[in-house]
Write a protein that binds this ligand. Structure first.
Ligand SMILES: C[S@@+](CC[C@H](N)C(=O)[O-])C[C@H]1O[C@@H](n2cnc3c(N)ncnc32)[C@H](O)[C@@H]1O
Length: 183
């Protein structure tokens, strides 16, 4: 009986906490002046799709430009053994991400509380982005100009405006969901 109650409490706290994350993201998005991507971690359905279709090489380096709480980074390092760095500007996702990495024992993941414009993207073999279309358009020329020729960009849900993906991963409803780019 007590055990059941503990489980119910844990479930309730989890639901409240995860709803809070979504509400927080929405509020920040509504009230901030520039309409940059809000804090929404990659959805599990996209993570499952990437797990099924991507083949990343162990020990190579990945950067999540605007990494939120680092959910996608934890997936990439767990699934493919790549080394991940992430850049995030907002205080809550940054600190929450650091806490998750500590509690879930991902000491190797590096989160920087910086604008990604300060990242040296030449250093990375993979670049992961999950951003709104307007931001994709803003960063497109900068990323393609500065990335290495061998680097692969993995874009969740949204496409760049000018460049065409060399591969598109579709979900079970046949909707294009993950876009892969090279220079
Ligand atoms: C949609 S979330 C992506 C989260 C993460 N990449 C994932 O897939 O789980 C986008 C994040 O970008 C952050 N962001 C927006 N503009 C930024 C900037 N200029 N520099 C760093 N982070 C930024 C937002 O705070 C938000 O948490």
């Amino acid at each position: 009986m007590v055990f059941k109650q503990i489980i119910l409490w844990i479930l309730l706290i989890s639901v409240v906490f995860f709803s809070f994350r979504v509400v927080y993201g929405l509020l920040v998005f509504m009230f901030k002046k520039d309409k940059t991507a809000m804090y929404v971690p990659s959805f599990n359905r996209h993570i499952r799709l990437m797990k099924a279709h991507l083949k990343l090489t162990r020990w190579k380096k990945l950067v999540d430009l605007w990494c939120g709480d680092g959910k996608a980074m934890r997936f990439f390092t767990e699934q493919f053994g790549v080394q991940c760095d992430g850049y995030e500007l907002q205080r809550f996702p940054y600190h929450y991400g650091k806490l998750c990495n500590r509690l879930l024992w991902y000491p190797q993941l590096k989160l920087y509380k910086k604008n990604f414009l300060q990242a040296d993207i030449m250093r990375y073999d993979y670049i992961y982005v999950y951003l709104l279309p307007n931001q994709m358009a803003q960063i497109e020329s900068r990323i393609f100009k500065n990335m290495n020729p061998h680097t692969i960009i993995i874009s969740n849900s949204f496409k760049f405006v000018i460049h065409k993906p060399y591969e598109v991963i579709k979900n079970i409803k046949w909707k294009p969901s993950i876009f892969l780019y090279k220079k």
